[in-house]
Design a protein. Structure first.
Length: 385
């Protein structure tokens, strides 16, 4: 999150120091060193998690246990909820054997703090690279996350990784991808967040722009690689091109008590009515959806001095959507075919077969086996090309 530290200094001796006017952004009013330290710590946690690729830490009292967290991956069955996260496998698509060189590069890491510093939402563009035959296959991925601040540490709430591609219904008309069991902490919160999410899902944000944040912390991602909007551009977002309705959802809050929380999250499936396009018939498709909401205060001109958190005083507060990520799963076989084309040898990746490719390009001197790989290298630092 871009955080501006505004300093008002009165250095003239003998003059009375005027009280600082309230800042528009409560985060900016926090101690700059604290905010900077929190953001740096979070970025380090995220990048380290890429490198280690281990099950996330889930022990925390900052989210309701009946809702829990989640990790959503690229494949149709890559959905882990609550306690299932304790045995989470690799977050990366395809089964790559240990001697193959792989590397993850962070291309555009963004971190945004909640106004009360209780949570942070994160987005990144990733380049997952697999070396073979003296070349490197690059798989672009998108990832969004929500973290809770638990004492002096960041704890992951959910993670959503996707491979951007135009959504399409299955030819057999069946809905594709694992379902997500519904659970909400209370019906009032579900109804309140549903009212906020509806204009976004129905592609009608222009009719009620107040439901979304429009600052630099706002981002909406649709399933297509080109479906991405930041800041004020979210007002023209069309997530999937057709009407979207919620299927099942898990709705929780970040904080010790749901009644005093200013951050809420939504993890679920939605059904998209996709219009026809050249070569693809119209039909329904199941998409994964994760959303982050923040309760914010909207003040009149005479109330600008109000600085209390909405978790403490709900007067003039309402929920707004700050981040959403919709994706359509893609099978390992389809993904590998797109990436490796005719070099792909594996034919049963969905059954757990490891990735195998050939180096034979048809030339008389072509090698027919993958060369021995060097040891696995750690993830590179953020921003490297």
């Amino acid at each position: 999150m871009s955080v501006s530290l505004v300093l008002a200094l009165a250095a003239c001796p003998g003059r009375q120091v005027r009280e600082r006017p309230p800042l528009a952004d409560p985060v900016a009013g926090s101690d700059g060193n604290v905010v900077t330290s929190m953001l740096a710590e979070l970025a380090d946690d995220v990048l380290t998690a890429y490198e280690r690729d281990e099950p996330p830490e889930i022990e925390t009292g900052m989210i309701p246990p009946q809702i829990g967290g989640a990790r959503i991956g690229v494949g149709p069955g890559d959905v882990l909820i609550a306690g299932e996260l304790e045995r989470a496998p690799s977050r990366w698509p395809l089964r790559v054997e240990g001697d193959r060189v792989t590397e993850v590069r962070s291309k555009r890491l963004e971190t945004h703090l909640a106004q009360d510093l209780s949570a942070a939402w994160v987005a990144d563009e990733l380049s997952w690279r697999i070396s073979f035959c003296g070349r490197v296959a690059v798989i672009p991925l998108r990832i969004t996350m929500l973290y809770a601040r638990d004492g002096d540490r960041w704890v992951p709430v959910f993670e959503h990784t996707s491979f951007g591609h135009p959504p399409a219904p299955r030819r057999d008309g069946q809905l594709y991808g694992a379902t997500i069991p519904a659970a909400v902490i209370n019906g009032d919160l579900r109804d309140a967040l549903s009212r906020v999410a509806a204009p976004v899902l129905f592609n009608q944000i222009a009719r009620d722009p107040s439901v979304v944040a429009t600052g630099p912390e706002a981002m909406l991602l649709g399933p297509d690689v080109n479906a991405e909007w930041h800041g004020a551009d979210v007002l023209r977002a069309q997530l999937a091109g057709g009407r979207i309705t919620a299927e099942d959802r898990r709705i929780g809050t970040v904080g010790r008590s749901p009644g005093t929380s200013s951050i809420a999250y939504w993890i679920g499936n939605v059904i998209a009515d996709l219009p026809a396009r050249p070569g693809v018939a119209a039909g329904k498709s199941r998409l994964r959806a994760t959303m982050v909401f923040e309760k914010r205060r909207f003040l009149g001109a005479k109330d600008k001095a109000e600085t209390k958190s909405c978790g403490v005083d709900e007067n003039n507060c309402r929920w707004v959507l700050v981040q959403a990520h919709l994706s359509q799963p893609i099978s390992d076989q389809d993904l590998a075919t797109r990436v490796f084309g005719t070099a792909l040898v594996s034919t049963a990746l969905e059954s757990g077969e490891p990735l195998r490719v050939t180096c034979d390009d048809g030339s008389p001197t072509a090698r027919t086996t993958v060369p021995e790989a060097a040891p696995r290298r750690p993830a590179a630092a953020q921003g490297n090309p």
